[in-house]
Ligand binder design. Structure first.
Ligand code: NDP
Length: 331
């Protein structure tokens, strides 16, 4: 109904503890922006898990509608770049952190935050990709930018059965790279080879005390784990290789050495999806449309209702969620 919309609302009680409930809100509750979007789908990313559980201070405005991304259709726009009926996607820009997020049937945002939904994807598929998948593409672009090609050698993907990892494997294998998947869930070997992994190694292999340099094993890395895993990955990267660091599933620390940089010319490329400039986003979404097999995307995706989303916060933080989870906000 015009004027009202449904949302998952995160509130803080007097004791400081947070709770989520499904709420009927009005347009007066929306924040400033020049485009109003009928949201159809959002998703559960690791950062959404942090917001939903309060495990890290991701939410900086209360009450908050979580959801760091969404796909939907423009309802009204005073921004000349957008008109009613346009299909759009939004990743980051503080959504679900400082600006009301995607776990709602309506959002009001700045038009400059939006990108067009690629014709290759339905809104649900765009959110199956979500911020995790768009970040995986940013990481692949960073490897390419730093000269890593399929001929350079294999690519290590850590946190392989997670969202960033699953999409990264699918993209890299389609591009012709040999992918080595590191996972704590070796029972997911069939899933990972189905996505395109050529080799699976147990997470523990990269979790020990890092040495400054170890045997050269891969030309590039997409790392969503951080900490000792990232340090070990760096120490095993071939001469002239590149490591794209995008996550912290095991920790924010980096207990490594400069040896890979100064003795092997390895590049550590930082990946940020939230404030990434618009041109890079457009490139990433264009490349996703070209280089991601939608059958593989569908195989890694589970869909849940808005009310079920809140309960999945702890699961994603504990590494229990496989692949990607779409939130059907109308359900
Ligand atoms: P997921 O939970 O889906 O994936 C993370 C994976 O990491 C898990 O599935 C698991 O994979 C592995 N993992 C979890 N805990 C540990 C641990 N303690 N030690 C080693 N491995 C672990 O999350 P996402 O894919 O959504 O996000 C992954 C990371 O990337 C997060 O840290 C997130 O914050 C970050 N991120 C960063 C972005 C950016 O802009 N830089 C954007 C999006 C995400 P397995 O079971 O296969 O080992």
């Amino acid at each position: 109904m015009a004027g009202t919309f449904r949302a998952l609302l995160l509130e803080k009680g007097e004791g400081g503890q947070q709770a989520a409930r499904i709420a009927e809100l009005t347009d007066a509750d929306l924040m400033d922006g020049d485009v109003t979007v009928a949201v159809s789908h959002s998703t559960i990313n690791y950062k959404d898990g942090l917001a939903l559980t309060g495990a890290a201070p991701v939410v900086r405005r209360w009450p908050m509608i979580p959801g760091i991304d969404f796909a939907g259709t423009v309802e009204t726009s005073s921004n000349p770049a957008w008109a009613a009926g346009d299909k759009v996607v939004l990743n980051g820009w503080g959504l679900g952190e400082t600006h009301l997020g995607g776990y709602a049937t309506r959002a009001r945002v700045k038009g400059e935050w939006l990108v067009p939904l690629p014709a290759a994807f339905s809104p649900a598929q765009a959110m199956a990709i979500g911020t995790a998948g768009y970040t995986a593409m940013l990481a692949v672009l960073a490897l390419e930018h730093n000269g890593v090609t399929p001929a350079s050698g294999p690519i290590l993907v850590t946190g392989a059965a997670g969202g960033v990892g699953s999409v990264a494997i699918a993209i890299l294998s389609k591009l012709g790279y040999r992918v080595i998947a590191s996972t704590g869930r070796v029972e997911e070997a069939d899933y990972l080879t189905g996505l395109g992994a050529a080799e699976i190694i147990p997470r523990a292999e990269l979790a020990g005390e890092p040495r400054p340099l170890s045997k050269e094993r891969w030309a590039g890395v997409v790392d969503s784990v951080g900490s000792k895993t990232l340090a070990n990955a760096l120490s095993m990267t071939k001469y002239g290789g590149c490591v794209a660091a995008c996550g912290l599933a095991a920790g924010m620390d980096l207990p490594g050495s400069v040896a890979p940089f100064i003795l092997r010319g390895v590049t550590l490329a930082g990946i940020d999806s939230v404030m990434a400039p618009r041109a890079r986003r457009l490139t990433a979404w264009e490349r996703l449309a070209r280089d991601l097999d939608t059958a593989k995307l569908d195989a890694m995706t589970t869909t849940v209702s808005l009310s079920a989303a809140a309960g999945l916060g702890p699961d994603i933080l504990q590494g229990k969620v496989r692949g990607r989870t779409v939130v059907d906000v109308a359900a």
